[in-house]
Design a protein around this ligand. Structure first.
Ligand code: ADP
Ligand code: MG
Length: 359
């Protein structure tokens, strides 16, 4: 996973010159006495792919709808290529949108659906169809133009929706959970395809998802939202390794979050130079056996509450002396060690000091 992500980073082409930036400045939106957006700021660079990630109700769709122009925020600015567009109606913004509920026209065939945005813009039929066919080619649906929407699978429909969103070469592409109706295998395949499409077209993209793995897979940077606020904006690797708050640490990946005092870390906390109170340890960073100098390792004792086999790995639940139960992940290559364990026994968990992140 980590290796793949870094290769991906290197292979990503430089930003497209004609792409535009989107700067969201201090945006707020209140429904009654509920703050759906609370002073949100977020600068998306030209050609960048930013995922907006957060639990249900955190304000992701409200933020995207405000950028699209379907919701007027109470306060704040949205700058597009440096110009404030808050008062500009949605159809004048010219952004491509793929929303969960932004349905295709069921009575038109695929080509008519995809060429529709061009026809609305006054492009002649021949030219519109030529460009729609090109867009279908880009989303790997060449030759599907004459099909009826009803005859397509869920994945193919989302590709048609994508083609319709990019056919007029928008400078900004906005997507709200476009893959959430698809099954896991297709969703993962489409994530890669959308990323490849982005690398090819370099359209500035905002992509809403509640799925942390999807966000890690697809985005250059991820804006994590909680209760109407952006709580962290970082690259996938930075977010995973250096979550800034307990909320982010819990929301992305699996982690044990322990009071620092329980780790008996002579010297180490002082080394961080901060008043850290909590330590974050990724579940997969625990080792059942230590290798290398003991000075680099911290050992935590506990008692084994349960073992679950989950295919690529084992999930161990370990009760600590404090009463806290933590999740520990052992990859399948440690099957030998795991097989030797019995529920209820004492167990020592080892963590390399470099793998401990302090909050
Ligand atoms: P998300 O997309 O992250 O799940 P939303 O942006 O859709 O969250 O909604 C954030 C919160 O704002 C939710 O609690 C929702 O109930 C509330 N909300 C959204 N739209 C409206 C509306 N038109 N009227 C009242 N409350 C709304
Ligand atoms: Mg939503």
């Amino acid at each position: 996973m980590l290796v793949q992500a870094s290769t991906q980073d290197l292979s990503r082409p430089a930003r497209h010159r004609s792409a535009a930036s989107v700067e969201i400045e201090a945006l707020s939106k209140v429904y009654g006495d509920f703050r759906a957006l609370d002073d949100v700021s977020l600068a998306v660079e030209p050609g960048e792919f930013v995922a907006i990630l957060g639990p249900s109700g955190s304000g992701k769709s409200t933020l995207l709808m405000a950028v699209a122009g379907f919701i007027r925020p109470d306060r704040g600015r949205i700058l597009f290529g440096g110009e404030d567009i808050v008062r500009l109606p949605a159809n004048k913004r010219g952004f491509g949108v793929v929303f969960q509920n932004y349905a295709l026209f069921p009575h038109m065939d695929v080509l008519a659906n995809v060429s529709f945005p061009l026809r609305v813009r006054g492009v002649a039929q021949d030219e519109a169809q030529r460009r729609a066919n090109q867009a279908l080619d880009v989303v790997k649906l060449a030759g599907y133009g004459a099909r009826q929407i009803g005859a397509l699978s869920g994945g193919q429909r989302q590709r048609v929706a994508l083609a319709r969103a990019i056919v007029f070469e928008p400078k900004v592409l906005l997507m709200d959970e476009p893959l959430s109706a698809l099954d896991k295998t297709l969703r993962e395949q489409m994530q890669i395809e959308i990323r490849e499409l982005h690398d090819k077209l370099q359209i500035t993209t905002l992509y809403v998802t509640h799925d942390q793995r999807e966000a890690l897979t697809i985005a250059d940077r991820i804006a994590v939202m909680d209760k109407g606020r952006v709580v962290q904006l970082d690259s996938p690797q930075q977010l995973y390794r250096r979550p800034r708050t307990e909320f982010v640490a819990r929301f992305i990946g699996e982690a044990a979050i322990l009071p620092v005092a329980e780790l008996h870390l002579a010297g180490t906390v002082a080394d961080t130079g901060a008043k850290a109170t909590m330590a974050v340890i990724r579940s997969e960073d625990f080792a059942l056996t230590r290798n290398g100098g003991s000075g680099d390792w911290v050992t935590i004792g506990g008692s084994l509450r349960g073992i679950v086999f989950q295919g690529d790995s084992w999930l161990l639940q370990v009760d600590l002396a404090s009463g806290q139960t933590i999740d520990v992940r052992a990859q399948r290559q440690f099957s030998g060690e795991v097989a030797a364990l019995n529920v209820g026994q004492k167990i020592d968990l080892h963590v390399h000091r470099d793998r401990i992140h302090f909050l």
